[in-house]
Design a protein around this ligand. Structure first.
Ligand SMILES: CC(C)(COP(=O)(O)OP(=O)(O)OC[C@H]1O[C@@H](n2cnc3c(N)ncnc32)[C@H](O)[C@@H]1OP(=O)(O)O)[C@@H](O)C(=O)NCCC(=O)NCCS
Length: 196
């Protein structure tokens, strides 16, 4: 399904929890951006293992019961108070139609439900995340005890969060950003684009 023209109604997609059958579509979205070094690539087995962290946006149409996956995003909990938004990706032809906003809003809502008070992301999309209440941060915003615990993680994203030397080539040019939950952002106040 192609993206709507600018003068067409926007609410032609919905956001839902990902299912295992979505992995092939998440794979496609991820590959497009990973090949440009915009997103960290992941093994397909990791996508299956992490499927419960993922949400997808899919098209809704009267002519077909089956939607097309046009975006995805995941929330990965790292510690009691801390999670990361990762693998947030919208199909190129659907960008700038509010899909990223709806996906990110959902992930932030999940973070709140889980009791997470800080959400991290590593991104080139600084303006987009700033509009959602994220601020640039330097370094790794955890104390030394938590840092030592996080070092035990085998997760590549956690290694990037910790800014370990071995993953620095993956994150060159990315901006480290953090959102404190409980604060509002420009986009929280404008939920008119939320289809569900
Ligand atoms: C970041 C990303 C997910 C945003 O997705 P998106 O669907 O384009 O996001 P939105 O449409 O909600 O918002 C993007 C912009 O379009 C604007 N916009 C939204 N709806 C619009 C509409 N109907 N008409 C015109 N502009 C619109 C928004 O104001 C926003 O502007 P901003 O970036 O200056 O804040 C997408 O660009 C992407 O996949 N990037 C590559 C992967 C990546 O970098 N991910 C982040 C790190 S995990």
């Amino acid at each position: 399904m192609t993206a709507p023209a600018d003068n067409e109604p926007e609410q032609r997609y919905r956001v839902r929890r990902a299912r295992t059958a979505d992995v092939r579509h998440i794979r496609g979205l991820l590959d497009g951006y990973a090949s440009q070094r915009i997103l960290l690539s992941k093994e397909t087995v990791t996508l299956f293992e992490d499927i419960q962290e993922f949400w997808v946006a899919e098209t809704v149409s009267e002519s077909s019961a089956v939607g097309t996956v046009i975006g995805c995003g995941a929330l990965h909990v790292m510690w009691e108070d801390l999670a990361e938004v990762r693998t947030l990706a919208v199909a190129p032809e659907w960008r700038r139609h509010g899909v990223g906003h709806v996906l990110l809003s959902r992930l932030l809502r999940v973070a709140e439900e889980l009791g997470v008070v800080r959400v991290f992301c590593l991104t080139f999309e600084v303006d987009f995340f700033e509009r959602h209440g994220f601020e640039r941060v330097q370094g790794t915003p955890v104390d030394t005890d938590v840092y030592a615990q996080l070092l035990r993680s085998a997760d590549e994203g956690v290694a990037e969060f910790l800014d370990l030397d071995r993953v620095k080539p993956n994150t060159l040019g990315n901006v480290r950003m953090l959102r404190r939950m409980g604060t509002t952002s420009q986009n929280d106040q404008d939920d008119s684009r939320q289809p569900n």
